[in-house]
Structure formats: structure tokens, C-alpha cells
Design a binder for this molecule. Structure first.
Ligand code: CU
Length: 316
């Protein structure tokens, strides 16, 4: 609960427990379930601790038997082994089930086609690129409601963490690799987004609004953004890379392949491999159709001598 209180940030609501999408909803259920299972242990233990200390305290004229050699009681052993084993089995089952169900790169079931948004964390701003629409934004992101959003994420600089608490859990943005995260907003609204990983001086200013809106409104916004005549150029991107803060921006276009270029910038000869965040049950098949597939996960050759190299992932 203290955690929950801390996660609420500056609002009066605990936003993590007020989800507005299917992923956040499922994660809320998991938070409640595991909290309840833990409370089954914690509450009796704390109460018994206080009671035992009081009940068996030393006092003048005590008549309790003195049994320093006592060591075994079958009935007690059965009680305090069975209950934890059952709780661990329940907690384990639930966790495994949700871990697979909520795999970040697993597409959200929907009859609507997902919208792809490429996210890049910079010092200290967020760049969002819409490869299908050909537009880009800085420090805010508009999405259609009730449509799965496929976020592809990387970092131009230090590792950061992309988090929209009301839509779902955080995922890291890392330089030299791309992660995939599916989220969806079930209702229109403005949701708080943030960089949840300390990245230096103006880290606290790396917040952004996620505006979920009806499809027609979204389409209208895309049209307006395209017509705004404010392209993000190569030079413009170089400017964005300079550490500093900035407001929100809307770009009518962006350099083609910029996301892939950022992801592959440390890979010599563009040799890249991918596997992080692969959907359960077949990383290669299900990922092939991903846009920017080559950038899905690249490591520097120094760390990864062959594209299929095995052990270089220890540590993340
Ligand atoms: Cu990796």
C-alpha cells in the first residue's frame, strides 16, 4: 500500500489502480491478487508475533513448563509447511499465467489493426514517430481509442523507461536495441506518461501526455499534422539529440528509416539480431512481419561476435 501510495505521484488518485486499458486492467488484477496472497501470510504472522510476545512474556511467579530440549510438534509442522506451500503454488500459478498473458510484445487481440508508434528517448525528451502516417511528435503522443498500439522503443542516449501507468507497466528503452510493447486505451482521455528511469539532470521533465481520442478525431489530427509543413529533418534530429529540455512539437514528416538508423547505429555492417520481448512460443515467426524488423534488437559486434551468439545477454 505504501508502494501504491508512492506510485500515485502528485495526483490524489492512485493511477496505477485506475487503469484505462486491457493491459493495465490485467496488471491491476495481478497486483491485487498477489497482495491478498501475501497478506494471508503477513497479517497472521504479525498478529501472532505480538500475541506470542505478550502471552509468553516472563513474569514473576510464572507456572509455564520449562522445556529447553523441545524441538518437534507434528501438528504445528504440518500447519506451517502446508499453508506456505499452498500459497506459493497459488502465487506461482497466477504469476506464470499473467507473465505469459502480459508478455509486452504479445499483440492485443482486436479486430482493429494496430497503430505502430516508434518511441525514442533522448536527453531529456521523448520522440514519437508514426511510420505509417509519416508524422512525428515530441513530448506528447496521440492515439485512437480502442485500437491496439504497437510501441517500438529505443534510446538515443542513456537507458530510460517508458511508462504510462494507466495503460500498462513500464518497459526499458535501450540504445542499440528495440523493444516492443502493446498497449491500448479503452476510453478517450489524457493519460500521464513518464520516463521512469533516472537519466540525469532534467530526467524529471521527461513526462508526456498520451491523448486517447475517437478514431475520427485522431484521423483529423493526423491530417492536420501532415499539413502543418513542419518536417523533422536530419539536422532537426541532430538538434533534438543535444541534451536539454523542450516543449511539445508536431512534425509533418521525418527522415525515412530514422528509427532503424538509431537502433543500428552501434552495429558494424548493420548485423543485427533480435529476440528480446519475443512473443511466447516462437520469436522468429511472429516477429517477422514487424516493421523495422532489422532493428528489433541489435548488439554491438564487440558484445556479440555472431548474430546467433548465445551468452551475451547476461546482465539484462
Ligand atoms: Cu539483448
Amino acid at each position: 500500500m505504501l508502494m501504491a501510495a508512492l506510485l500515485s505521484g502528485c495526483t490524489d488518485k492512485v493511477i496505477v489502480l485506475d487503469p484505462k486499458g486491457p493491459i493495465g486492467e490485467a496488471q491491476k488484477d495481478l497486483i491485487y491478487l498477489s497482495t491478498i496472497l501475501c497478506l494471508i501470510v503477513i497479517v497472521p504472522v504479525l498478529l501472532l508475533t505480538a500475541w506470542v510476545v505478550w502471552r509468553y512474556r516472563d513474569k514473576p511467579g510464572r507456572k509455564a513448563a520449562y522445556k529447553p530440549e523441545w524441538e518437534h510438534n507434528t501438528k504445528l509442522e504440518i500447519i506451517w509447511w502446508t499453508i506456505p506451500i499452498l500459497i506459493i503454488i497459488a502465487l506461482g500459478t497466477v504469476t506464470v499465467k499473467y507473465t505469459y498473458a502480459l508478455e509486452p510484445s504479445k499483440p492485443i487481440e482486436s479486430e482493429k489493426e494496430p497503430v505502430t508508434i516508434q518511441v525514442t528517448s533522448l536527453d531529456w525528451k521523448w520522440l514519437f514517430k508514426y511510420p505509417d502516417e509519416g508524422i512525428a511528435t515530441v513530448n506528447y503522443v496521440n492515439i485512437p481509442e480502442d485500437v491496439p498500439i504497437r510501441f517500438q522503443l529505443t534510446s538515443e542516449t542513456a537507458m530510460n523507461s517508458f511508462w504510462i501507468p494507466q495503460l500498462g507497466g513500464q518497459i526499458y528503452t535501450m540504445s542499440g536495441m528495440a523493444m516492443t510493447l502493446y498497449l491500448q486505451a479503452d476510453e478517450p482521455g489524457t493519460y500521464y506518461g513518464s520516463g521512469a528511469n533516472f537519466t540525469g539532470e532534467h530526467f524529471a521533465k521527461m513526462t508526456f501526455d498520451v491523448n486517447a481520442m475517437p478514431q475520427e478525431e485522431y484521423d483529423e489530427w493526423v491530417k492536420q499534422a501532415k499539413a502543418s509543413g513542419n518536417p523533422l529533418t536530419e539536422e532537426g534530429y541532430e538538434q533534438l539529440k543535444i541534451p536539454g529540455t523542450t516543449g511539445t512539437h508536431t512534425f509533418s514528416s521525418f527522415p525515412k528509416g530514422l528509427f532503424e538508423k538509431v537502433v543500428n547505429q552501434y552495429a558494424v555492417g548493420g548485423s543485427a539480431h533480435r529476440h528480446h520481448g519475443a512473443a511466447p512460443g516462437g520469436e522468429s515467426e511472429s516477429r517477422k512481419e514487424d516493421a523495422g524488423a532489422k532493428g528489433e534488437h541489435a548488439h554491438t559486434p564487440a558484445a556479440s561476435p555472431s548474430p546467433s551468439g548465445g551468452s551475451h545477454h547476461a546482465g539484462h
